[in-house]
Design a protein. Structure first.
Lengths: 196, 205
């Protein structure tokens, strides 16, 4: 394990440092992959997006200028790639149900066949929430995932999205409101009106 | 009193730890009277719980391997002189992470062995100094003995000279006494040649 910062490693990458690039990939692969899994709802698509993001990082290494944090720079690349692909596939995006079976690790047990009703219900709620996030408009989706999944501050999200902090706050509120609206039928079906 | 729109904005910011302490009072006082905003807050909490509870799978190792292969090929293309991994300007420990513990262990062994060598050398030097000191002391004793012996030799020589002088004096005195006796006796006066003849006759007899 090296003690170099991300920015130092990236400076080595600029000088054809394969080992530094490998170290950066090792540090961020899981975060970027999780980011795309939440965004697109498909592990296979997220895998392609992740690989493309790091390839873009490698190919654009000469243009890297250490102005801010490396994570912001990396997620800017990821965001741009996502938006680029989204525009290309805007009319061809098929919303897959994000089942718990598809997202669980292979080593983990899936819900057993004789599971209780509450476990099935819990799985359906998680599925529904994940699917609802993938149905958000891309800008709100990006802000929500960066905030909830990546636990980025509004300042960091603003740097990634290249917008003011106030805009990030507004988009986050809109995302929550839209999610509530998308999940309204589920709440009425499973919980009735108790939560109101 | 703030509106529901403002309250929900502040609620989201507070939930993300982005709001100031001054908003807490405003939010609290609004939530007391507004069930819609209370429902909004509860749904927001539920959404986060459900969203983060979904387990994300791990990226297959093949993705990383393919990525490195592409990067390596691209690096070779951009540097036709045959740039390889080992000739980059990356620090050695970055290219060979396992060297970290190995080099640390080697450094520790080197330090320990150096300390042991220094201790052994220091001890040897101390021993040699002690031996030198002992030898110097012995030399001083021998020199002292030699001085004493030489002094005794001189004294002995002086005594022998004195003894010889005394002996010579005694002989001289005897000779003088004999002369005194000879010249003081009136009856017998012999000439030396007559004395010699007399003594030879006596010896023939």
């Amino acid at each position: 394990m090296t003690d170099y910062t991300d920015e130092e490693l990236m400076s080595f990458v600029k000088n054809q440092g394969i080992s530094a690039f490998e170290e950066l990939f090792r540090r961020y692969e899981r975060r970027v992959f999780a980011f795309f899994c939440r965004l697109v709802g498909s592990a296979e698509q997220a895998r392609d997006y992740t690989q493309e993001t790091f390839l873009r990082l490698w190919k654009g290494r000469a243009r890297y200028a250490p102005k801010g944090r490396f994570s912001t720079y990396l997620f800017q690349i990821a965001k741009n790639h996502f938006l680029h692909e989204y525009q290309k596939q805007k009319h061809r995006i098929s919303l897959e149900l994000l089942s718990t079976e598809a997202l669980q690790k292979p080593s983990e047990k899936t819900v057993p066949s004789d599971s209780t009703y509450s476990q099935v219900v819990a799985g359906e709620i998680r599925s529904a929430v994940s699917e609802a996030v993938t149905r958000l408009p891309e800008i709100h989706r990006l802000v929500y995932v960066l905030s909830e999944e990546q636990r980025m501050s509004y300042r960091e999200i603003a740097d990634v999205m290249d917008c003011p902090v106030g805009t990030v706050s507004s988009r986050k509120v809109e995302a929550v409101r839209k999610l509530r609206k998308l999940l309204e039928p589920l709440r009425d079906e499973l919980f009735g009106k108790e939560s109101q | 009193m703030i509106s529901c729109d403002e309250c929900q904005k502040k609620l989201v910011a507070a939930f993300d730890n982005e709001a100031g302490k001054e908003d807490d009072q405003l939010i609290s006082s609004h939530l007391i009277d507004c069930c819609e905003c209370r429902a909004f807050y509860q749904d927001m909490v539920l959404l986060r719980q459900q969203f983060v509870s979904v387990t994300v799978p791990t990226l297959p190792a093949a993705v990383g391997q393919e990525l490195m292969r592409i990067a390596q090929a691209d690096s070779l293309r951009s540097n036709p002189r045959g740039h390889d991994r080992n000739s980059s300007r990356e620090p050695l420990l970055l290219r060979f992470p396992r060297l970290t513990w190995a080099s640390g262990l080697a450094a520790a062994l080197l330090v320990v062995s150096s300390l042991l060598a220094c201790y052994a050398l220091t001890k040897r030097v101390v021993d040699l100094k002690q031996q030198l000191q002992t030898s110097r002391q012995e030399l001083a004793v021998v020199q002292q003995d030699l001085t004493v012996a030489r002094a005794e030799d001189k004294r002995e020589e002086a005594r022998q000279r004195e003894q010889r002088a005394i002996t010579a004096l005694y002989l001289r005195m005897a000779e003088l006494e004999e002369r005194v006796d000879r010249f003081s006796s009136p009856r017998t006066t012999f000439l030396p040649t007559q004395l010699n003849e007399l003594s030879s006759k006596q010896s023939d007899l």
